[in-house]
Each structure stands twice: as structure tokens, then as C-alpha cells.
Design a protein around this ligand. Structure first.
Ligand SMILES: [Zn+2]
Length: 276
């Protein structure tokens, strides 16, 4: 929110959309430098028509790249108090134009190779945890689950649970992680590698805590469990995390808030059948 409608760059006119992107002297000089200097370009006063004409002209990528960098330049000046020299700005516009053109004109890439993914210990010689959350169906059901295995994949323990007060997958993922770590601590494991296929969850726990995050308390609780121990957290691809996914779906499918499975639950037989 600003107190004055005046353009913060030139202070000469109100910062309308046109002034900001085209008519301000800081914008106009860029347009002229990259080749837009005909009278019509600066005289149109309908934003939609101006944008449409620019984006459908023969130099549309140059126009759009110019638009983007003029906006960036404006923000750098107004918010960051810095300016890019004109040659640098023109060079950025040209690079962006080339990137866009390359993206649309590239020849078909080489056929992708199949990559086979499965659970593995990634050379960890410790206890391995896999966790997952689930949020699906109509009405939406939320659940979480996790499994504890030894480093050769042998089943040790698992849990699943229903979350009836939230329909947020992130909450389910974080809850799964919290409960699996708690379970491993209860079983007195000194060294543990935890896997989640939610990259967001992994990053939230590993990075510095944002105290305003809606789940800041839960994230801090997880950090407090992990930090004093030889417990590490890693991202897993979804395909390597399927047993945890099964448990999360199992958790969402009944009303039990928390169930510990001391033997592999029936739902895992799906995988044995598939392997046979
Ligand atoms: Zn201005």
C-alpha cells in the first residue's frame, strides 16, 4: 500500500499499468533500445489490445521478454533500490527471448529411458523408516502411516491412523513423520534413516523453521526429536515408498486414530501378489 499514486521511479505521472510497463521514461528507453519505436506502439491506449498485438506479432517473444524484464526492472528499483544498467537489461531480454524460442523450436528429445524404482536402504546400515500421508476420496478422508524396517527390508513394525479433523495432505505427511520417529524412539533405535516422498515435508523439517508456518509447532516437534539423535531425513520417490502409502490409505479407510501393526498388514499382500 502506498500513500501516493505517483510513479516511484520518475515521480512524473500516476503509475497506471501503461505508465508502469510502457510510458515511464525508464520503460520507454528499454522498448526503444530493443526496437519498439513506432508511433502506434506508444499511442494505443487499450491495454488488452496492446498486449494482444504485441503477443501475436512476428516479434512476440521479444515483446514478452521485454515486458517481463521491464517489470523486473521496475520491481528492482521500487522494492530493492537497485537498477540494472540498460545494456545488462537488453542482454537479459535477449537471453530470455532465445530461451523461449529454443523451448518452442527444439527438436524432439531422445526417448526417455525407463528408470526402475524400488525401496532400498541407500547404503544405510541402520533402521529405515518410510512415512506417508493420504488425502483422497469423496468425501475426503485423511490418513497417515509408516513402516519400520531393518536395512535389508525386513519388517519390524508399522502404524496407520485416521485424521478426522484435517483435510490437508501436508498435515498428514508431517503427522506420519512425527509418529514414525516417536515409534522408532520407543523401540530404542539409535540410528535411523527416515524417508518421506513429500519433498515439502523434508524441506520444512531440514530448513530453518518459519515461525509463522501454520504447522510450526509440529515441525519444531519433529526437529526436536531428530536433532539430538543420529536420525536423518531423506526424500524418497513415491515408487520407493509404497508400503507407507498403503498404510496411509489404510489409516484413512477406518476410524482408528492410531493402530500399531506388529506384523505386516494384509494390505501388503498386494505387493507379494504383484511380484509373483
Ligand atoms: Zn514513471
Amino acid at each position: 500500500m502506498v500513500t501516493s499514486p505517483l510513479c516511484t521511479r520518475c515521480g512524473e505521472n500516476d503509475e497506471t499499468l501503461f505508465h508502469c510497463l510502457r510510458d515511464c521514461r525508464f520503460s520507454k528507453v528499454v522498448w526503444e533500445k530493443i526496437g519498439f519505436f513506432n508511433h502506434n506502439f506508444f499511442s494505443t491506449n487499450a491495454v488488452h489490445i496492446w498486449l494482444h498485438d504485441g503477443a501475436s506479432s512476428s516479434c512476440s517473444t521479444l515483446f514478452l521478454s521485454g515486458l517481463w524484464w521491464i517489470w523486473r526492472q521496475r520491481n528492482l528499483m521500487c522494492l530493492g533500490n537497485e537498477t540494472l544498467p540498460l545494456p545488462q537489461l537488453c542482454s537479459n531480454i535477449d537471453s530470455l527471448k532465445v530461451s523461449i524460442n529454443t523451448a518452442y523450436n527444439s527438436t524432439p528429445s531422445a526417448p526417455t529411458l525407463d528408470r526402475f524404482i524400488r525401496w532400498n536402504n541407500n547404503n544405510f546400515q541402520c533402521i529405515i523408516l518410510n512415512v506417508d500421508g493420504s488425502c483422497s476420496g469423496d468425501p475426503i478422508r485423511t490418513g497417515y502411516g509408516g513402516v519400520i524396517r531393518n536395512n535389508t527390508g525386513g519388517f519390524i513394525s508399522a502404524f496407520s491412523g485416521d485424521i478426522n479433523h484435517s483435510q490437508d495432505i501436508l498435515f498428514a505427511e508431517l503427522s506420519a513423520l512425527y509418529h514414525d520417529i516417536t515409534l522408532a524412539i520407543g523401540l530404542n533405535y539409535d540410528e535411523v534413516a527416515c524417508y518421506s516422498n513429500s519433498l515439502l515435508t523434508v524441506n520444512l523439517v531440514k530448513e530453518e523453521l518459519n515461525q509463522f508456518h501454520v504447522y510450526a509447532v509440529l515441525i519444531q516437534n519433529i526437529k526436536d526429536l531428530l536433532n539430538p539423535r543420529n536420525y536423518s531425513l531423506h526424500h524418497s520417490l513415491r515408487e520407493g515408498n509404497q508400503c507407507a502409502d498403503c498404510l496411509a490409505k489404510l489409516g484413512a479407510s477406518n476410524n482408528e486414530a492410531f493402530t500399531i501393526h506388529n506384523s505386516p498388514p494384509e494390505t501388503f499382500s498386494l505387493f507379494y501378489k504383484r511380484m509373483k
